[in-house]
Design a protein around this ligand. Structure first.
Ligand SMILES: Cc1ncc(COP(=O)(O)O)c(C=O)c1O
Length: 377
């Protein structure tokens, strides 16, 4: 294969991938209607459910789209016309789900918090009590805006009391943080091919309770993102309804194989080791974080931006980017932040090397403590 420079992506996906995942995309041209390809997709669908221990109770529908397409499919397919959806909005991705619902004129009961505040499950219970007609709750598991891990299990427990289904955006947690969907009891889980599963962007999947299938029939608001017809169509024909991203699917197959070889716990341990290394290193460099540790996903850190007037995210980004490290700006959190994620094919030594580059930048480009620039040194 072409020699490709390994870049360290500290943005929360699309992630740094292994060479073997990249190579998996170089395949013979194949018509996606051929049985060989259909078989591949079938195993992908099955294995995606296995990652979250869905057993026979959960099934999977695939779409060609980025993550947002999967959210749109779940929300627009699941909520009946006369019903409402309660959305927990404590970050840009909670807000996105509310925007999707509003676009399709689905009535929303919005639980709006500052980006960085932790949801109060008692308040959710009160909202369910005081708002008749809520059939679904939508919540982001790992809110990538802030690095917060929302209390999905408690929300599912409350939802069960009211016979309400929960839609969980697991875009940046699936295959990173261990998830047992049966234990949650969530109705729908959405994730994409390019985050903790460590594949390439282009596919999104909705894993949902098989028992909900009849309730989805005839309920669609979108032609393309209709969960029912996508799932049932695949069951009948073994094919996706519309052109799949063939090479991305091969990469996802490889990424799943690598996930199962590494294993759920070892992947989590690797991410944890990266995160601890990152946290400790940043603390040494006097950085502070948006969230208390008890609310952290331990996959992404929202780092408070230095108050030094000469600090500039873009300059820091460009310095690090030239050296092979991609960092990520903030996204409307309650304090100004930039973000660093440890998901993807990253290892402790990558994080250590990044910290050294960051230290060099701070020492020679900007000294946070002493306020010196490289010209002063
Ligand atoms: C939690 C969460 N939800 C939704 C999305 C949207 O995914 P996409 O940009 O692939 O449409 C992202 C993307 O980072 C995300 O982190």
């Amino acid at each position: 294969m072409k020699d490709v420079r390994r870049k360290i992506l500290l943005n929360p996906g699309p992630a740094t991938t292994t060479d073997t995942v990249k190579e998996a995309m170089v395949v013979e041209d194949i018509c996606p209607r051929e049985k060989d390809f259909c078989k591949l997709l079938d195993t992908v669908k099955e294995d995606l459910v296995k990652v979250v221990h869905g057993g026979d109770d959960y099934v999977c529908a695939l779409f060609t789209a980025s993550g947002t397409g999967g959210l749109e499919a779940a929300i627009t397919s699941a909520v009946p016309r006369e019903k409402k959806i309660l959305i927990v909005d404590n970050g840009a991705y909670g807000a996105r789900m509310a925007n999707i619902a509003a676009t399709f004129e689905i009535e929303v009961v919005l639980y709006k918090l500052a980006y960085g505040d932790y949801p109060d499950v008692d308040h959710i219970e009160n909202l369910l009590r005081s708002n008749a007609g809520v059939s679904h709750i939508a919540v982001v598991h790992h809110e990538t805006t802030t690095g917060m891990l929302n209390p999905v299990q408690s929300i599912c427990d409350v939802a069960r009391k009211f016979d309400v289904e929960v839609i969980v955006d697991c875009m940046s947690s699936y295959a990173g943080i261990p998830i047992d969907i049966k234990q949650w009891g969530a109705g729908y889980l959405i994730s994409s091919s390019n985050k903790c599963i460590q594949g390439m962007p282009g596919m999104v999947f909705v894993i949902f309770k098989k028992a909900l299938l009849p309730s989805l029939r005839g309920q669609k608001r979108s032609f393309y993102f209709d969960l029912y017809s996508q799932y049932v169509g695949f069951e009948k024909t073994g094919q996706m309804q519309f052109t799949p991203p063939v090479q991305v699917a091969y990469a996802l197959r490889q990424a799943l194989d690598e996930y199962f070889v590494e294993g759920e716990i070892r992947r989590w341990d690797r991410y944890q080791e990266n995160w601890v290394t990152l946290c400790q290193g940043l603390k040494k460099l006097r950085f502070e974080f948006l969230l208390p540790e008890r609310h952290q996903s331990k996959i992404l850190l929202a780092v408070i931006e230095p108050s030094d007037p000469r600090y500039n995210f873009d300059t820091m980004h460009d310095y690090l980017y030239q050296r092979g490290y991609t960092i990520y700006p903030g996204k409307g959190a309650k304090a100004a932040t930039f973000r660093l994620s440890v998901l993807g094919d990253l290892h402790k030594r990558d994080i250590e090397n990044f910290l050294q580059e960051l230290k060099d930048y701070l020492d020679f480009g900007l000294n946070i403590e002493g306020g010196k620039t490289s010209n002063d040194l």
